[in-house]
Design a protein around this ligand. Sequence first.
Ligand code: FMN
Length: 195
Amino acid sequence: MRQPRILIFSGSVRAGSHNSKLAALVGKHLALADAEVTRISLKDYPMPIYDGDLEAQDGVPQNARKLKRLMQESDGIFIACPEYNAGITPLLKNTIDWVSRIKDPGEEPMAAFRSPLFAIGAASPGAFGGMRGLIGVRTILEVGLGANVLPQMIVVARAAQGFDSKGDLTDERAAGQLETLVRSLLRQTRFQMSL
Ligand SMILES: Cc1cc2nc3c(=O)[nH]c(=O)nc-3n(C[C@H](O)[C@H](O)[C@H](O)COP(=O)(O)O)c2cc1C
C-alpha cells in the first residue's frame, strides 16, 4: 500500500510565524514516519476577502480551486492555527470559506473537507497556546463542513521559547502531544486508506 499523503499549512504567513514553525515540525515528523508530505504556504494562494458579489461576478478564485485539488489529493491535512481574539485568523477563515464554495459536478457539497482526515494544532506566545482558537476551528471544520477532525491536538504555549534553534519543541508536554498526533494521524489515515 502507498504511504499516506499529508497536506500541511499554517494559518499565518508572516515571517517568523510560530505556527509555520509548528507546521514545519509536524511535517518533519510525518516525513520521518514515511508519510508523503506536501507543505504549502497560504502566501502562494492569495484570495480576495470573500464577497458574494465578487463570487457572482468573477466566480471562485483559481487559487481556491488549486487548494481544493490539493486537499482532495490528500489523505490527511494538518493545519497550524494561530489564535486571534480567541478565534480563527481571517486568512484561514477566508481560505476555508472560498474552498467551501466550490462544488464540482458529481460531487457532494464541501467535498474537499469530507474525505481527508484533519488534524489541528496551535502555537501562541500566550499561556494557553492558542487552545481557545482551536475550539472555533474544530467547530467550523466539523459542524460547518462535515469534516472528520482528530481529537488529538498539539498546543505550543509560550511559543517564543517553544522551539529550539533546530525547530524542535522545548516543552516535554508539547513534544508528547506531537508524537501522539503524528501517530494517530498516520494510524487513522492508513485505516481509512485500507477500507
Ligand atoms: C489580532 C490579534 C489577536 C490576537 N489574539 C490572541 C488571542 O486571543 N490569544 C492568543 O494566545 N494570542 C493572540 N494573539 C497573539 C498571537 O498568538 C501571536 O501574534 C502569534 O505569534 C500569531 O501566530 P504566528 O506567530 O503564527 O503568526 C493575537 C494577535 C493578533 C494580531
